[in-house]
Design a protein around this ligand. Structure first.
Ligand SMILES: Nc1ncnc2c1ncn2[C@@H]1O[C@H](COP(=O)(O)OP(=O)(O)OP(=O)(O)O)[C@@H](O)[C@H]1O
Length: 254
């Protein structure tokens, strides 16, 4: 059975003055997958996401989200997507419940704040102010808020940057749960372990172009079949495994 394309990007171009940040990229995202955009700083990942999110004008190309043309139906697209705000985008003095109620009113979507907070292990923080949360809790809350308008797709821009190993792994599990509920996830990251763990497929973007696109496994197999070998014998564990083994998996943020 053919999988449904929920995002179609064709020959997308973005120029900032004389500088071309996105150079005619094309890719599809399938419904229900976790799709990653990977690439070094300045590759054009955020620009591409912001165009799909209707937050930035494109220079050329075509974008369809859930079958809707970005040029014709940006408002309808907004109702089908959830966008993670930078953590500075929240009123720091409001409690989490008040913030959820605020968004719920803005989107005109009734939301059970307690249920949403407990899905993200934040039920104990319902009356806490946003500014009182740890980094991991802030990230969990910002992902929770992407779901308020019951979107088909959520976009997460570097969701685990700055988090400790326990908080990162916890967030990975939560992102998998979001997908298990049927939401498509598009994520940008600099962490290859994160992409390998989470993404069904990923596009590697460099200097505004997609230089590879496939599942992490297939990309690794292609490299290995080209004769690549790691210069050093790979050990069965790495330093992060040592750290997690010693400090446990529990998140430390209460
Ligand atoms: N508003 C802007 N005006 C001019 N140039 C911009 C603007 N926004 C981004 N750029 C440039 O476009 C290029 C792509 O930026 P973008 O933020 O999309 O990259 P990125 O892959 O998300 O990088 P990072 O990983 O650092 O977030 C960069 O060279 C950046 O300096």
């Amino acid at each position: 059975m053919e999988r449904k394309k929920i995002i179609e990007v064709k020959e997308l171009v973005k120029q900032y003055g004389d500088f071309t940040a996105v150079k005619g990229i094309s890719f599809d995202v399938f419904e229900g997958e976790i799709f990653g955009l990977l690439g070094p700083n300045g590759a054009g990942k955020s620009t591409t996401l912001e165009i799909i999110e209707t937050l930035r004008e494109k220079t050329a190309g075509k974008v369809l989200v859930d079958g809707l043309d970005l040029d014709k139906s940006p408002e309808a697209i907004k109702t089908r997507i959830g966008v993670q705000l930078q953590t500075s985008g929240y009123y720091p003095g409001l409690t989490l419940t008040e913030l959820i109620d605020l968004f719920s009113g803005l989107y005109n979507q009734p939301v059970n704040a307690t249920e949403l907070l407990s899905r993200f292990n934040l039920e104990d923080k319902a009356k806490a102010k946003f500014k009182e949360l740890s980094g991991g809790q802030k990230q969990r809350f910002s992902i929770a808020t992407t779901l308020i308008n019951k979107p088909k797709i959520i976009f997460l821009d570097e969701p685990t940057t700055g988090l400790d190993p326990q908080a990162r792994r916890n967030l990975w599990e939560l992102i998998q749960q979001v997908r298990a509920h049927g939401t498509t996830v598009v994520i940008t990251t600099h962490y290859m372990d994160e992409a390998e763990f989470l993404c069904d497929r990923c596009a590697i973007v460099d200097s505004g172009q997609i230089i590879a696109i496939d599942s992490p496994d297939a990309l690794i197999d292609q490299l290995v079949s080209s004769g690549f070998e790691r210069p050093k014998q790979v050990k069965k564990a790495n330093l992060e495994d040592v750290f997690i083994q010693l400090t446990g998996k529990n998140i430390r943020e209460n």
